[in-house]
Design a protein around this ligand. Structure first.
Ligand code: SAM
Ligand code: SF4
Length: 437
């Protein structure tokens, strides 16, 4: 009998991409095969994100598009991830297209759920676990130059706007040695850069060992050229971690430091547990210890009751800090969160949209200025593959995570995984352009 073919589509963050690799591994072990085409699949799995409304709407759009396949050939449809977790009842009741729901802590049940679904029985597994880290499962990755390792799962912070603690559950760390073994195996398979992932990576703990210990140990693995991490929470960025970033040559000089808002009242409403002044002091401490650091951030515009003057304080902080880049989001109320229960989502949509536009434009100008400051410098670029626009170019990233494109050719042999020395000759707000030095 032909093994069932599975098509998985992933929405949302790097953690979801990583979870898709875990799911592939779990299903492959049970004999499932994979296809890149939904039309060819017997089973379609949507690995979803519930963080923002548009991620959410996209999933509903995709479900609608799968309807004809379901009707024509009895396609089995599964919804995985955060949306499955958060919207379990609604999805099962209102969307008869769905056969299987599995939350982020329930992927081990997928083979059984799918087997039943193929036999015509719908099912779901959405319980959250205090322990599940999938530590014994090696993700089924596409072999390449870069890879992610989730070192912790869940989050205990309960920022009032955020659905993650409800969809991904309580914070738990993977064991230290397990992470090292995974990174060693990656290095042996040719991977050159590892990104350590967690919703709140600096809360990582394994007994007495903390995140800085883990980062340093991964950076010392033979063959790993670069280690990155995302995201640390600004409330607890210890000196030990900063020291590791500043001094270890293979720990990238890039910190993603989510700000969310630049006004103290809004930060308090969000329960971020730092003030504007504390955040600025942290930025100053980071920049003093490591002047070449590249800082990036996340910002939410239009949180509950945010006034024009309060938003202007966020703009002002963005001007002062001069991030290299920023993800800027329009606040969208998420079911079950503290903000949804306690505060009115009262900033009109048009105002939110206008604030996002202003911030995006401001950040674009800053990004362009900062990238243009790189012109004339020579940077080490870890080559990831061919440029998107032309097969005659290589694309890679600097230590600070700046995307860099340069023409192939020249005497030095360059291939994916090479660390190329590139002289920057031009820059846009998003990309550095250069020549092999
Ligand atoms: N753990 C990280 C932190 O502490 O900032 C962020 C994780 S969250 C998955 C990624 C980003 O999504 C957040 O930093 C925030 O800017 C954005 N986000 C989360 N909930 C949101 C909401 N309800 N509306 C708009 N943006 C949201
Ligand atoms: Fe969400 Fe806050 Fe946890 Fe980040 S730290 S995942 S924003 S609750």
């Amino acid at each position: 009998m032909r093994a069932p073919h599975v098509f998985i589509e992933t929405f949302g963050c790097q953690m979801n991409e990583y979870d898709t690799e875990l799911v592939r591994s779990i299903l492959k072990d049970k004999g499932y095969r994979f296809t890149d085409l939904a039309d060819m699949a017997d089973i379609v799995l949507l690995n979803t994100c519930a963080i923002r409304e548009n991620a959410h709407n996209k999933v509903y759009g995709h479900l609608g598009a799968l309807k004809p396949l379901k009707e024509d050939k009895g396609l089995v449809i599964g919804v995985l991830g955060c949306m499955a977790q958060n919207l379990k009842k609604d999805l099962m009741e209102s969307e008869s297209l769905i056969d299987v729901l599995a939350g982020p802590d329930s992927y081990r049940s997928l083979p059984e759920l799918l087997e039943k679904a193929v036999a015509g029985r719908k099912g779901m597994a959405v319980d959250l676990s205090e322990y599940e880290t999938y530590a014994d499962i090696t993700p089924d990755r596409v072999e390449g130059v870069t890879a992610w390792i989730a070192v912790m799962r869940g989050c205990d912070n309960f920022c009032t706007f955020c659905v993650v603690p409800y969809t991904r559950g309580r914070e738990r760390s993977r064991d230290f040695d397990g992470v090292l073994r995974e990174a060693e195996a990656l290095a042996a398979s040719g991977c050159r850069q590892v990104t350590l992932l967690g919703q709140n990576v600096n809360s990582y703990r394994d007994g007495v060992r903390d995140f800085a210990d883990l980062l340093l140990a991964v950076a010392d693995i033979q063959g790993i050229e670069r280690v990155r991490f995302t995201s640390p929470h600004p409330k607890d960025f210890p000196d030990k971690l900063l020291e590791a970033v500043a001094t270890h040559p293979r720990i990238c000089k890039h910190i993603h430091l989510p700000l969310q808002a630049g006004n103290d009242r809004i930060l308090r409403l969000m329960d971020r547990t730092y003030t504007r002044a504390e955040y600025r002091a942290l930025v100053a401490r980071i920049r003093t210890r490591c002047p070449e650091i590249v800082l990036t951030t996340d910002i939410i515009a239009g949180f509950c009751s945010e006034t024009d003057a309060e938003f202007a304080e966020t703009e002002d902080l963005v001007r002062q800090v001069e991030y290299h880049s920023a993800y800027i989001f329009k606040y969208s109320e998420r079911k079950n969160t503290i903000a949804a229960r306690k505060y009115a989502d009262d900033v009109p949509d048009a105002v939110k949209a206008a604030r996002v536009t202003r911030l995006v434009e401001l950040q674009r100008a800053i990004s362009l200025k900062k990238n243009r400051e790189m012109i004339g410098k020579t940077v080490a670029v870890l080559v990831e593959g061919e440029g998107k626009r032309s097969p005659d170019q290589w694309m890679g990233r600097t230590d600070g995570n700046l995307v860099t494109v340069f023409p192939k050719g020249g005497s030095a042999p360059v291939k994916p995984g090479s660390l190329a020395s590139v002289r920057v000759t031009d820059a846009s707000a998003t990309t550095l352009y250069g020549q092999l030095a």
